[in-house]
Design a binder for this molecule. Structure first.
Ligand code: ZN
Length: 240
């Protein structure tokens, strides 16, 4: 797999052009990348999609669906060497919010050992408004990434599990209580538990990085360290 960033690399094959055309319509993070970065992003998206099985529950298969869901995973893990999330082989897509067996609430996405579930309507909403800090695809991929590190440490980058453990035991709760005391910048769902605090923080990190950095610089810096990227820079990836 070619995965290094060379300064001359550009989108070049017909398949890459097709992915470029679709991803650039929806994901501003992608549009901010330089040519070599776009190529890396597209190569990763093609590969990620090729190792997952996509199932459509109550909706027609559509070409852009697996491409864009794969792209969301690639965005989250863009700073890592390991980005395949190999524990999760299946991705299920529903047209709208859905009921889960045995639960009363309606879901727009969730992660279970069977796979990653995303409601397509809410996927699109997530990427259409970058100011509301809500992005279901990033949210579920953040849960999947955390889960992945627990299932098999070797399937994520070396420092990720340690950094995340620190976040979960020390940093996260400290941030959470500080935020609660001063009224939160993050939506209230973040305070359900530490897993939700992680996923909601990551959503805000990608949805509106400048605003998160301004209102919560400590949390922003911690997320840059954990994910090894800074969405406010053109290259995104931070040197290790
Ligand atoms: Zn969640």
């Amino acid at each position: 797999m070619t995965d290094s960033i060379s300064s001359t690399a550009q989108v070049s094959t017909p398949l890459e052009f097709e992915y470029n055309a679709i991803i650039s319509q929806y994901i501003s993070y992608f549009n901010e990348l330089r040519d070599a970065g776009k190529k890396r992003f597209i190569e990763r998206t093609i590969h990620f999609q090729s190792i997952k099985s996509f199932s459509y529950i109550g909706m027609e298969e559509r070409k852009e669906v697996p491409i864009l869901i794969s792209a969301a995973a690639v965005q989250l893990t863009y700073g890592f060497d390991k980005y395949e999330l190999p524990f999760f082989k299946n991705i299920y897509v529903t047209p709208d919010a859905y009921l889960k067996t045995g639960e009363k609430e309606i879901f727009v996405g969730h992660v279970s050992p069977e796979g990653i579930y995303i409601a397509w309507k809410y996927f699109l909403q997530g990427y259409s408004d970058c100011t509301d800090n809500v992005n279901v695809a990033i949210h579920e991929m953040a849960h999947a990434l955390e889960h992945e590190s627990f299932m098999d440490e070797a399937s994520v980058d070396k420092d990720f599990k340690t950094d995340l453990a620190k976040f979960s035991s020390v940093t996260g709760p400290a941030f959470a209580s500080a935020i609660v005391e001063r009224k939160s910048y993050l939506r209230s769902y973040a305070f359900t538990n530490i897993q939700e605090f992680w996923a909601v923080s990551v959503e805000a990190f990608f949805e509106n990085p400048a605003a998160l950095k301004q209102s919560m610089p400590g949390l922003y810096g911690t997320l840059c360290d954990i994910l090894n990227q800074d969405p406010l820079t053109a290259d995104k990836i931070l040197p290790k």
